[in-house]
Design a binder for this molecule. Structure first.
Ligand code: ASP
Length: 343
């Protein structure tokens, strides 16, 4: 579907992947329906105004609730952007909110050398319903994508433009559903869109490249008081290439009579990359600040610093898909590749 044909205006590609924004009400609850969104878009006058950017709609198949999005869909979305890169000023990805931050993180690594805006958005209330938050999210995302100021993978929701790989879903039912507690907002949309230029990634020279992800076996383990580490020994083996350990505070784990460290050492010796993230939404992991974290470091774990779990998972997929050595992966996990952590 295409808005109109003028040549001198900026053109944005809307990629519809599914999610609440385009869902239809059925007897079994809200569900994505092919073709339904393009009918909805025709009913929004702003999208068809002469002073609005031109846009085309690309509908993925099948449309998904984002709980079902996995590596295949990340690769498919990345490929559509890569193959249409030269044709458009920017891209808007309509996506379910549940895993939007994971997809944003994945694309930020997959599209190396990206120098155009890629804005993920969606809504808590479908476009077809009263009080839908999808209308502003969509209209403003298209404007931001066409403006070309934030030339990175972003997430726009409830008047906030966030770096995608710093974002987190914060509310299951609030309309202000996303934030980036560890990084400043890239822009606030009031009467005007006010960009925070200092927080936006710098311009990139060179060509974009696309690195599809392999289905790397990854695990996430959240520690909790009283955790019996021995129960996890069987899964923390060479079967898992990457493990994200969600620890307390600045990277601390229960000492558990020393049960975890031999397990980590064994997993590390078997080639697993163990990345330490924090359960706190803001602040940073500092391995070695406390006795309860220094042993993690000596057992071979790497610091995820202030990286979100969503970004750490996506980054492990990315790095293992590159076919580089484990030592290189460990080193890169602690470095910023797409603005996902503070070095
Ligand atoms: N379950 C939906 C999804 O993530 C929720 C949403 O879109 O807000 O696709």
């Amino acid at each position: 579907m295409s808005a109109n044909n003028s040549n001198d205006k900026k053109r944005v590609l809307i990629i519809h992947t599914g999610g609440t924004i385009g869902m239809k009400k059925t007897e079994n609850g809200y569900t994505p329906a092919p073709g339904y969104l393009s009918d909805e878009l025709r009913t929004i006058p702003d999208l068809n105004r002469a002073d609005f950017p031109l846009w085309d709609l690309y509908e993925m198949s099948p449309l998904l609730d984002s709980s079902n999005v996995s590596v295949d869909e990340w690769n498919a979305i990345g490929k559509v952007i890569y193959e249409n890169y030269s044709e458009y000023s920017g891209f808007v990805i309509l996506h379910g909110t549940d895993t939007m931050s994971y997809t944003a993180s994945a694309l930020s690594f997959m599209l190396e050398g990206l120098d155009k805006p890629v804005i993920l958005t969606g809504s808590q209330i479908p476009l077809s319903e009263l009080r839908s938050d999808g209308r502003d999210n969509l209209i403003t995302s298209i404007m931001i994508a066409s403006e070309g100021v934030a030339r990175e993978v972003c997430l726009y929701f409830s008047a906030r433009l966030l770096r995608g790989n710093r974002s987190m879903k914060m509310s299951a039912d609030g309309l202000v559903a996303f934030d980036s507690p560890g990084y400043p907002h890239l822009a606030e949309a009031g009467i005007n869109v006010k960009y925070n230029y200092a927080a936006i990634l710098g311009r990139l020279e060179g060509k974009i490249s696309y690195h599809p992800f392999a289905k790397v076996p990854i695990g996430v383990l959240k520690v909790f008081p009283g955790i019996q580490f021995g129960l996890f020994e069987d899964i923390m083996t060479e079967k898992l290439s990457g493990i994200v350990l969600e620890t307390f505070g600045a990277g601390n784990i229960p000492m558990g009579n020393g049960a975890l460290l031999p397990i980590i050492k064994k997993a590390f010796a078997a080639g697993a990359v163990i990345t330490v993230c924090s359960q706190c939404p803001s602040g940073t992991v500092a391995l070695g600040a406390y006795e309860t974290s220094s042993q993690l470091k000596s057992a071979g774990a790497v610091s995820g610093r202030d990286m979100t779990t969503e970004a750490a998972v996506a980054k492990l997929y990315y790095l293992f898909s590159l076919g580089i050595t484990d030592a290189e992966i460990k080193c890169l996990m602690e470095k910023s590749i797409a603005g996902e952590l503070t070095e």
